[in-house]
Ligand binder design. Structure first.
Ligand code: ZN
Length: 352
C-alpha cells in the first residue's frame, strides 16, 4: 500500500501538543458519528466514550493516542474478587481508583492523508466531511474531519502493545545513534524504504525522509548495508534536526493538514528537496530531481546526494519505468567520484 505523504510525525506532534492544552481532564458527554467506514468497530465509540474522562493525549509514530481515565466501576471490576472484598473492608472510600491496574482504554486516531482533529465551539460551522463529533463537558467539541477518509480511528481496550501500535519501530526523535545504526545497517533494502518502514522507525513519511536524506547528502537508493557508520550518524543527526525544526514551525501544510485549532503549518517553506523538482539546490545550485524509489516520488540533489554505483549502472532501465527519464546522476561525473567537490564536502564531517 502506498502511504500518503501527509501528515507525518511533526504534523501529528503539533496536533497532539495543541490537544494536550485542552483535552486532559475533560469528560465526554456524547459522541455523534457520520460515515464510519474508516472506524474500527464504530459502535464502541458512543458506547465506551460517553461519560469517560480524558486523562492524557500523546503521539505514537503517526498515531494520535487519547488515553481515558479509569472509571470507578472499571477500576473495581479490574480487581480480583478477593482484593475487592478486602479493599471494601479496609480502605473504604479513601481508595484511589488508580492504585490497582484497571484495563487501559485508548482512542487511536491516524489522520491518513486529509484527516483533521480540531477542537471547536458548538456554534462554529461544521465543515463538510466531518464524521465524528465528540461533545465535551467544557462546552467544546472535538471534531474529526476527513475528506478522503484514509484516516483510521479505533477504540482499544487493553494494553497498547497488543494493538497495531505494538508492531511499530523506534521513535525517530528518541532513537539513539547506536540503535539507528543497528536498525539500518544489517539491511540491504534501500535507505528510503527503510526510513519509511514504520516497523523500523515510527513516524517518518515521504516529506521528512527526503528532507533528512538531502540534509545528510545521502542518495535515497543507497542500500542500508552500504552506508558507512559515519554516514549513518550524519543521517541520524539530520533526521532529528529536520523533525525538530518542522515541529518548531508546526509542521508542513501541503494539502489539508491543520493543527488542533485549524491553523496551517509553516515548514513547507523550509523544504530543500521535497516537491522542488527542477528548482536549484540551495547548497550547490544543481537542479533537484524526482525519481521513484521504494515506489514513492523521491526528490534529491543529484550532485550533493551521489547515486550508488549499482543504481547509476541501472539508470537506463530504471529511467524507462520512472516518471522521469533522467538518469540518476549525470554521466559526466560518474567517473570522477573520488575527486568531485560534492564528494569531498560529503566526507568532511567524518573527520570531525
Ligand atoms: Zn546540491
Amino acid at each position: 500500500m502506498v502511504e500518503p505523504d501527509m501528515p507525518e510525525l511533526p504534523e501529528v506532534e503539533t496536533v497532539v501538543r495543541g490537544l494536550r492544552k485542552t483535552l486532559p481532564g475533560r469528560r465526554i458527554l456524547d459522541v455523534w458519528l457520520g460515515k464510519t467506514d474508516f472506524i474500527h468497530e464504530p459502535e464502541l465509540l458512543p458506547q465506551r466514550l460517553s461519560g469517560a474522562r480524558i486523562e492524557s493525549v500523546h503521539r505514537h509514530g503517526k498515531f494520535l493516542v487519547i488515553k481515558f481515565a479509569p472509571s470507578e466501576n472499571e477500576a473495581r471490576a479490574a480487581l480480583p474478587k478477593r482484593a475487592r472484598l478486602l479493599q471494601n473492608a479496609s480502605a473504604g472510600r479513601s481508595r484511589e481508583p488508580n492504585q490497582e491496574s484497571p484495563i487501559p482504554r485508548h482512542l487511536l486516531v491516524h489522520l491518513g492523508m486529509t484527516g483533521q482533529l480540531t477542537t471547536r465551539k458548538p456554534e462554529d460551522i461544521v465543515k463538510p466531511h466531518t464524521h465524528v463529533v465528540i461533545r465535551l463537558d467544557d462546552g467544546m467539541e472535538l471534531r474529526y474531519t476527513d475528506t478522503r477518509r484514509f484516516g483510521r480511528i479505533r477504540f482499544v481496550s487493553g494494553e497498547l502493545e497488543a494493538s497495531p501500535l505494538g508492531k511499530l519501530g523506534a521513535e525517530p526523535l528518541k532513537v539513539t545513534s547506536a540503535e539507528f545504526i543497528e536498525r539500518i545497517r544489517p539491511r540491504c533494502t534501500q535507505i528510503k524504504a527503510l526510513l519509511l518502514d514504520q516497523r523500523v522507525l515510527r513516524g517518518m513519511g515521504n516529506i521528512y525522509t527526503d528532507e533528512s536524506l538531502w540534509r545528510a547528502r545521502t542518495h535515497p537508493a543507497r542500500r542500508g548495508s552500504t552506508l558507512r557508520i559515519a554516514e549513518l550518524k550524519d543521517l541520524h543527526a539530520a533526521m532529528q534536526s529536520v523533525l525538530r525544526e518542522a515541529i518548531g514551525l508546526r509542521g508542513s501544510s501541503i494539502s489539508d493538514y491543520v493543527d488542533s485549532l485549524g491553523t496551517r503549518g509553516k515548514y513547507q517553506r523550509q523544504h530543500q528537496a521535497y516537491g522542488l523538482e527542477g528548482k536549484p539546490c540551495t547548497r550547490c545550485g544543481q537542479r533537484i530531481r524526482r525519481i521513484i524509489v521504494a515506489g514513492r516520488s523521491s526528490f534529491f540533489c543529484p550532485r550533493c546526494q551521489r547515486a550508488p554505483r549499482s543504481h547509476a549502472a541501472a539508470g537506463k532501465s530504471n529511467a524507462k519505468t520512472a516518471a522521469h527519464a533522467n538518469p540518476f546522476r549525470p554521466k559526466t561525473i560518474s567517473g570522477a567520484r573520488a575527486k568531485s567537490p560534492a564528494n569531498r564536502r560529503k566526507s568532511a564531517p567524518r573527520h570531525k
